[in-house]
Design a protein around this ligand. Structure first.
Ligand code: ATP
Length: 306
């Protein structure tokens, strides 16, 4: 659905995007995660054809955004960081205006409008001026305009920024519903947003992609946690001598059982070997599992390394 290659964009001396390359398949919901100033908005504006990069290519549904921005914009739904809503217009009047601007044929408009209004839960707010709505409902109006023309691709720039916790839950629920019919790329600086909404994340820092992976793969480590029923002699030394082990960190579990974090070399799964060794040494194993890391740990490690 989206193919981005070697995208570069600078503002004077600030390199906002440095050789950014990624792709998003049909039906995926992908989070573009990064701290403030990472380049998320710049990337999104470039993908949607509202900003020209210095170099690189962007294909959306096979169409080159740089040479055919209008065609691409007609196919995608875009919620900018601050949606240009008109405060004096009623919700209904605004959405009708957007339907006209989108050139949705008159005959199709009633059905499209009611679908978007139903999907975003705006039915009871149609006659209210947009300026009087809460921020959460204004965001819903922004989403309603983005899905009016039933786009196959939705691009949302920080869709929950500035919302209260209840509104955040509602907008996330709405995004999840929209994901049943569209490919979605959204930007955020909130780790829990990515965990709540998607199974793949692209982490952008200082204009560079630092990670692009499924959350389950990011969480996976090569370390193994072994918990014993009771202590045994020379466990740490024995484990350290195993091929593929970088180190062993003994610790006690919360309920007091002797435990060992066995640090594995990259891309190894030590579990079967450790299980055999425990068996040979007659250690009573209470638990043996691959260690996982949180997205927060991944993100912090990348930030420290940057
Ligand atoms: P945030 O989460 O704070 O919105 P972001 O990840 O969306 O940040 P961008 O807004 O893309 O980041 O900004 C990337 C870098 O480019 C920042 O250093 C920013 O200051 C700079 N920048 C963005 N827009 C402009 C502009 N119009 N003129 C000059 N510098 C800009």
């Amino acid at each position: 659905m989206i193919k981005v290659r070697n995208l570069c964009k600078s503002y004077g001396s600030i390199h906002a995007l440095k050789d950014v390359t990624f792709h998003i398949d049909d039906g995926e919901i992908v989070g573009l995660l990064g701290p403030n100033g990472a380049g998320k908005t710049t990337a999104i504006k470039t993908l949607t054809g509202y900003l020209q990069p210095e170099s690189g290519t962007v294909l959306v549904d096979g169409i080159d955004v740089l040479s055919h921005p209008r065609e691409v914009q007609a196919r995608l739904g875009y919620l900018p960081e601050s949606a240009p809503l008109y405060p004096e217009l009623s919700v209904q009047a605004y959405l009708k205006m957007m339907a006209d601007l989108r050139e949705i044929p008159r005959d199709d408009q009633p059905a499209r409008l009611s679908e978007a209004i139903y999907a975003t839960g705006l039915a009871n707010h149609l006659t209210r001026p947009i300026g009087e709505l809460s921020k959460g409902f204004r965001q819903r109006v922004g989403l309603a305009q983005a899905i009016l023309h039933k786009p196959k691709l939705l691009i949302l720039d920080e869709p929950t920024v500035g919302l209260d916790p209840t509104q955040i839950v509602e907008i996330r629920r709405l995004i999840r519903r929209l994901a049943r019919h569209s490919t979605i790329l959204f930007s955020t600086h909130i780790l829990s947003e990515v965990e709540a909404l998607c199974d793949r994340v692209i982490i952008l820092m200082n204009g560079e992609i630092r990670a692009d992976a499924r959350l389950s793969d990011l969480a996976q480590t090569s370390d193994v946690i072994m918990v014993l029923q009771k202590s045994a002699p020379r466990v740490a030394e024995t484990l350290t001598s195993v091929t593929g082990v970088r180190g062993v960190e003994p610790f006690a579990t919360r309920d007091g059982f002797p435990a060992f974090r066995v640090l594995g070399e990259e891309n190894t799964d030590l579990s079967p070997q450790l299980f055999d060794i425990a068996h040979q040494n007659q250690w009573q194993v209470r638990e043996l599992r691959r260690d996982v890391q949180t997205l927060e740990r991944v993100f912090n490690n990348l930030a420290v390394a940057a």
